[in-house]
Design a binder for this molecule. Structure first.
Ligand SMILES: [Zn+2]
Length: 384
């Protein structure tokens, strides 16, 4: 039995504007292998391969922007089932009217039979894999048995697990972990008793659905001592200088789930969705006035039952983004109206009680209907 969430909402990548980047990444990793007769490098990447990858990337984005599903599916490797499932989720989730900019292709290197390219959306850089299928290069991902050997290292007391395929980025992730831990511990009600660990998993999430849209998740095996954060989409700044803001935010968000779980895994099992997600979201990405206005005032469809039970499995990008903003605003309302400690009082109530009405009444002296009505009035008066 395990607790698991697809936790951080999708990054605002679809809303990002492309910023021209005139400089290339400097790769710190080399995939050259040593032979008995000296260094034997892999064959260099030819211009034809470079151009083929650029062409398939362009085709991929055009198909997304024109909402052409068949053309879209023709740009990725159909033999990688989970990868393909997640690509379909991305296709269906792209908000109406949003058009992605053309990605910028950085350095390309070989990884086994694959080409691995650094690609920028104009803000961050991430890696994507390509495989030669039939007579052309397609977007793909390695098989689980192609990730290399497992490694484990400890950074500031936090264990980081990865496979050798990610050796070039593992120290960047590790270097960030002590700060991530310090940040989240500052927000804990009591000092955590356990420790979280992190795994870098470069493959698409086999759970599909909305899990495909988030870069990380936190889970806890029953009665385990600490939460395991899995990060599947590590992004970096130019020249591999640091983790991107987006990746740091994901790590902080997931580590705040560790704080909740460490405080009371029973409460997390029992409590409502907005309490689980609103707290880390509000602390790491406090929604702007405009975000709140768009999420609450301009959308006649705000669903309190959905905020309490969680977005439906097939939720679109728009719906997920909206519900996280609303969940964050709910936590802010809870703390500003009922006191700084109200969040933890509600958590305490959910430790041993699944009846939300009783928990609300005991913790904050009000019933759920009055609470949500008060919040809606607060949102209307403050932001509409
Ligand atoms: Zn989350």
């Amino acid at each position: 039995m395990s607790l698991s969430w697809g936790h951080r909402p999708p990054s605002k990548v679809a809303k990002r504007l492309r910023v021209p980047l005139g400089y290339a990444l400097v790769l710190v990793a080399s995939l050259a292998i040593a032979g008995s007769d000296g260094w034997v490098g892999p064959p260099p990447i030819g211009q034809a391969e470079h151009d083929a990858i650029e062409a398939v990337l362009r085709e991929h984005v055009i198909a997304l922007n024109t909402r052409d599903l068949l053309r879209f599916r023709d740009t990725f490797d159909q033999t990688r089932v989970f990868f393909g499932d997640c690509q379909d989720v991305v296709f269906r989730s792209l908000p109406v009217g949003v058009r992605l900019g053309e990605p910028v292709l950085g350095p390309v290197e070989r990884y086994g039979d694959y080409l691995r390219a650094w690609i920028s959306d104009g803000v961050d850089w991430r890696r994507q894999y390509f495989r030669y299928v039939g007579d052309r290069w397609l977007l793909s991902e390695p098989l689980p048995q192609e990730l290399g050997t497992e490694r484990s290292a400890v950074y500031g007391g936090v264990e980081l697990l990865s496979w050798s395929i990610d050796d070039d980025i593992v120290d960047l992730v590790g270097a960030a972990l002590p700060d991530v831990r310090d940040f989240v511990v500052r927000h804990a009600k009591v000092s955590p008793t356990g420790q979280f660990s992190v795994r870098i998993d470069p493959l698409a999430d086999p759970r599909g659905g909305t899990a495909c849209l988030s870069a990380g998740n936190a889970s806890l095996a029953y009665k385990a001592s600490g939460a395991r954060i899995v990060h599947s989409d590590v992004r970096v700044t130019t020249s591999l200088a640091a983790l991107s803001t987006d990746t740091l935010t994901t790590l902080r968000h997931e580590a705040l789930h560790w704080i909740q779980l460490d405080y009371s895994a029973d409460a997390v099992r029992n409590m409502e969705w907005w309490l689980i997600e609103g707290w880390p979201y509000f602390l790491t990405e406090p929604p702007s006035r405009l975000d709140r206005r768009v999420a609450f005032c301009l959308d006649g469809d705000v669903s309190i039952p959905s905020l309490r039970a969680g977005p439906p499995r097939g939720a679109t990008y728009d719906l997920l983004a909206r519900d996280y903003v609303l969940a964050g605003a709910l936590v802010e309302y809870l703390e500003t109206t009922y006191g700084a400690d109200a969040y933890w009082s509600v958590l305490d109530g959910f430790r041993s009680n699944v009846d939300a009405r009783k928990v609300y009444e005991a913790a904050i002296g009000t019933d759920p209907v009055t609470f949500f009505d008060g919040w809606a009035r607060w949102m209307r008066e403050g932001y509409c």
